[in-house]
Unconditional design. Structure first.
Length: 242
């Protein structure tokens, strides 16, 4: 496909995603009226000082590495950074708690963040198949967030973390996940038929892992490790880029 971002680009991507994820949870865990009830927020509350210092170190490291990025990558990354800044401002300063905003925005921003590096070094024509691959990845990210919300539904309700799953209820949650899964399969079939077997295989592997997590969510091992398994699927694209 001609998408070969440098190791520096991949490193900055990983550090940036971790920083945003950790900063988001630190803000949630420090809300004065929050009843902390999830392990991830308890962890960030307990180690907030250490994590805050580590984020600062990571940001300084990113600040030094960005000068090694190609100009186009830097420009696109800066634009995405402004989008992320707008997200935090709307969530925590304006206190906009729209559930669609929260989950849909995270899926969009994460997808754009992963694609910034590869697309910034892509020299070909931006054809329909690329949009199809990006759209499939986006659906998989959204499925990941929705499945996590199902596992965290009770705890999120206690901690006052609204989610799309809570709003639509169990019945429509199942329907939504089935629809998104079917859509992903349809798009993967199209990608495969266009000759991109490696890309479709990678995305299919990610989708299958999420399906196992969802359909076997009552399994003890899955219940204990769903977050590691679900987040672990996003290591696969990094391996592909390497």
């Amino acid at each position: 496909m001609g998408l070969n971002p440098s190791l520096i680009t991949i490193t900055i991507l990983g550090l940036t995603v971790w920083s945003i994820y950790t900063f988001d949870h630190l803000l949630d865990s420090r809300k004065g009226d929050l009843k902390i009830s999830t392990e991830r927020h308890l962890f960030h509350l307990k180690y907030q000082r250490q994590l805050s210092k580590f984020i600062l170190v990571v940001l300084l490291l990113i600040g030094g590495l960005i000068f090694l990025l190609p100009t186009k990558t830097l420009v696109l990354g800066t634009a995405l950074g402004l989008i992320v800044l707008a997200y935090f401002l709307s969530m925590y300063l304006i206190n906009w708690k729209s559930i669609i905003h929260k989950e849909l925005t995270i899926a969009i921003v994460y997808t754009l963040g992963v694609m910034v590096g590869p697309l910034s070094v892509f020299n070909g024509v931006f054809e329909a198949y690329l949009m199809l691959i990006i759209a499939t990845f986006f659906v998989i990210v959204l499925l990941n967030l929705l499945i996590f919300s199902i596992f965290d539904s009770d705890a999120d309700s206690t901690a006052n973390f609204p989610s799309l799953i809570q709003r639509v209820g169990d019945k429509w949650s199942k329907i939504l996940i089935v629809i998104l899964s079917a859509l992903a399969v349809l798009m993967l079939t199209s990608i495969y038929s266009l000759g991109f077997r490696k890309e479709s295989g990678l995305l299919l592997g990610m989708l299958l892992i999420l399906q196992v997590i969802y359909w076997f969510k009552t399994n003890g091992f899955i219940k204990e490790n769903y977050r590691y398994l679900g987040d672990g699927v996003f290591i696969l694209p990094i391996l592909y880029l390497l």
